[in-house]
Design a protein around this ligand. Structure first.
Ligand code: ACO
Length: 467
């Protein structure tokens, strides 16, 4: 059944290779001799901040390479678990390595305490991305006990965040002003108070095991948020399902059919890594201070949330629904161009050819539109919009659909609400963040660019009563 999907991907690959065959082949660049010379624009555009072997994006040929492997090949023949192993370790796993890795993912998918803590927050009133950031903090708390280690005597008997409850009562101390105190906390040797003997934990929050924990757990948290937003309680993962299958299962409560599972798997592979984008950079900046990986992933989630980055997929579906039908596209595009507004889902800082991810997602959306009439109108509107934008400005100015243009249609067909599109991006991209943070750790140097000060000097301070 899922061969249909492989065929779709292989055809997309052929089309992509044909389209950019005239573009010059990229030069293979060796290790840099630091310091390097490069032309830097605002927002660090063009700046080279480090070396990396994790992946490569070639904007003119429309290539996306993970550890030397073409994205089309990985989507056609691999799976998300294998691809994340590849990103983290640099090589495809042997059968034994895959089994070991997968068994850790299966284990880490169960986040009972994190979910219990999360349910205690008003998740239903929070945006899904904000709840996701909170959820990764809960994961940190459940698995690392880092906060319990941070137990300085100077702070008295403060309650560590690893404790389950915080005492609230205050006792009159006889002074003029009330003294507010936390209740005395029971001391536990070596912290990790609920840790069982010999139980392995990702204690330092910056190990390969932390990466596994985050790759696996972010999916569980995302699915739980989706359930809570729908007024339902979270689902336990099914250890027999794949990562993609579990994501769909834990969100929808239904075991996905093999084609849906395969399409979700492809979507996750496509979003896993994309060079030094804003969220990857944000997570690397945080990790470069030797903050742990949970904080680093929190920074990545924050950056991904924005509409210029991961938040665009949700905006696209809103835009398609606002346009309403293919018949309205021409007029809508003319109006938008005249207003000099950007069209969400088009354009990319790096790609000046068709984004290979959109190249795969477009025919997958088409396939799903044929199967699920609910998304047919959105797909046809998107197709017409693509033609119109390419005609009116795209081809000439090299503004093509990006990864976010068709992904929302795919997710909608799979039964996912639009507010979950960006968290699903994070479910996948957490692997790219982890791979880059892990790699950078080997030769860590704190990120510290400069700003050009264009303000005043030598101003004389005037006290408030004289202003
Ligand atoms: N619609 C219309 N015009 C566009 C678009 C667009 N989507 N994207 C770029 N352009 C035009 C700009 O108006 C600009 O024209 P000008 O030179 O006449 O001023 C030119 O192309 C260059 O655009 P920049 O914004 O400078 O390109 P940049 O590399 O900074 O931006 C970005 C890339 C942010 C993705 C931009 O294309 C955009 O805002 N797209 C819409 C939002 C979007 O889809 N984001 C998702 C990106 S993919 C991802 O992050 C996962």
């Amino acid at each position: 059944m899922s061969d249909i999907i492989t065929d779709i991907i292989l055809k997309a690959a052929e089309k992509a290779r044909h389209e950019t065959s005239n573009e010059p082949e990229p030069k293979v660049v060796g290790p840099a001799e630091w310091p390097v010379n490069c032309t830097v624009g605002p927002g660090l555009e063009g700046a080279i901040a480090c070396e990396s072997k994790v992946g490569s994006v070639n904007g003119s040929k429309g290539w996306l390479i993970y550890r030397g492997y073409d994205i089309f090949d990985l989507c056609a023949h691999s799976n998300f678990e294998e691809v994340t192993y590849l990103l983290l370790h640099g090589e495809l796993p042997s059968k034994k390595q895959f089994e070991e890795y997968n068994s850790r993912l299966v284990k880490y998918r169960h986040l009972n305490k994190s979910l219990r803590l999360l349910v205690g927050f008003p998740v239903e009133n929070m945006s899904a991305m904000s709840a996701l950031r909170l959820g990764t903090n809960m994961m940190r708390q459940e698995f690392t006990f880092l906060d319990a280690d941070n137990d300085p005597a100077a702070r008295g008997e403060a309650i560590a965040s690893d404790d389950d409850s915080i005492a609230m009562e205050t006792q009159p101390a006889g002074g003029k002003s009330a003294t507010y105190e936390f209740g005395v906390r029971k001391k536990f040797k070596n912290s990790g108070r609920s840790r069982k003997k010999n139980e392995k934990r990702t204690d330092d929050g910056s190990s390969i095991d932390t990466c596994y924990h985050l790759i696996s757990g972010v999916a569980t948290i995302t699915a739980a948020i989706s359930r809570l937003h729908n007024g339902r309680i979270p689902f336990e993962p099914d250890d027999k399902l794949s990562h993609a299958g579990n994501l769909l299962y834990m969100m929808t409560g239904k075991k996905p059919d093999p084609v849906a599972e395969r399409i979700m798997d492809v979507a996750l592979i496509l979003h896993a890594y994309h060079g030094m984008n804003a969220s990857t950079f944000a997570s690397m900046v945080v990790a470069s201070t030797l903050s742990d990986f949970y904080f680093s992933v929190g920074a990545g989630i924050g950056a991904l949330n924005g509409p210029l980055h991961g938040g665009a997929n949700e905006e696209v579906i809103k835009m398609l629904r606002e346009i309403g039908s293919p018949d309205n596209v021409e007029q809508w595009v003319a109006k938008t161009i005249a207003a000099k507004k950007k069209i969400t889902g088009f354009g990319h800082r790096v790609y000046k050819a068709y984004d290979p991810r959109a190249r795969i997602l477009e025919p997958l959306a088409e396939y799903l539109a044929g199967e699920y009439p609910d998304v047919k109108n959105e797909f046809l509107t998107a197709k017409k919009l693509e033609d119109e934008v390419l005609d009116k400005m795209g081809r000439e100015r090299k503004i093509f659909p990006n990864v976010d243009f068709y992904s929302g249609i795919v997710y909608s067909a799979l039964g996912i609400n639009s507010e979950m599109f960006t968290p699903i991006f994070a479910v996948s991209r957490v692997s790219g963040w982890a791979a880059r943070v892990l790699e950078y750790q080997h030769n860590n140097r704190i990120f510290r660019p400069r700003a050009l000060y264009t303000g005043d000097f030598n101003k004389q301070y005037i006290p408030p009563y004289m202003r």
